[in-house]
Ligand binder design. Sequence first.
Ligand code: HEC
Length: 257
Amino acid sequence: MRGTWLKTLALITALSTPVALLASSDVKALKEVHWSFDGAFGTVDRQAAQRGFQVYKEVCSSCHGLGRVAFRSLKDIGFSEAEIKALAAERSYNTLNDAGETVERPGLPSDKIKGPFPNEAAARAANNGAYPPDLSLIIKARPHGANYVYSLLTGYEEPPADFVVGAGMNYNPYFPGRQIGMAAPLSDGQVTYADGTANTTDQMTRDVVNFLQWAAEPEMEARKRMGIKVMIFLSIAAILFYIAKQRVWARVYRGEE
Ligand code: HEC
């Protein structure tokens, strides 16, 4: 009997050690930001998302693509058709001409916002071996994505004295391994906003996170609205069923047949 206990104890210890190691991972706890899109009624701040697109376009797009977002869907965050046409036309895309040769044509609203590199190898070659991932789904692809991207972009700091940062790497306690191949992309005053919003690193980061949240889940608000409608419907149905049940069972409660 005692042997079995010891074996069980040994097993539990053996199983829980890797779990404990995982839990004590070396990354810093994320900063907690209050986002307008949090919660069951939350929505993406359209003004912030528009500014965030500007940040993406002027800063992030030199390394990161947004391959799941078409220019025309920017209408959803308030860009006009004319603006969208102009934005798309700034880029060029390959197409075949009548002779079957690859030629370039200006972008159309239906084109996806592709990255600057032709393929992953070229992207790595330009970034010291690191690969700048497509940002379309990054907010959904990482746990607590909005707070993660916010913490990462605002979290660059000096490494502790005993930490050796690899060549071409940057110390960032929010990235797994605490060093990242991307240098801090934003600094105060980098982007000039047309609406006069202060262009601090904090503000630009919040804006680009709003934009990336919208990009990752453009249907979020419709989904939330549907969820609320379903809850209202279910509550009314529950009340009706309760009343019906009371009526059906009333005679039984009274002891009648
Ligand atoms: C000069 C190129 C460059 C620019 C500009 C740049 N990035 Fe990066 N980014 C990278 C590279 C390279 C990596 C991959 C780093 C690694 O794996 O070590 C990366 C990684 C990231 C990650 C982490 C992804 C993960 O796997 O968790 C996020 C988020 C990110 N970038 C967002 C942004 C945003 C937002 C901007 C604009 C404000 C931006 N980046 C601008 C090159 C860039």
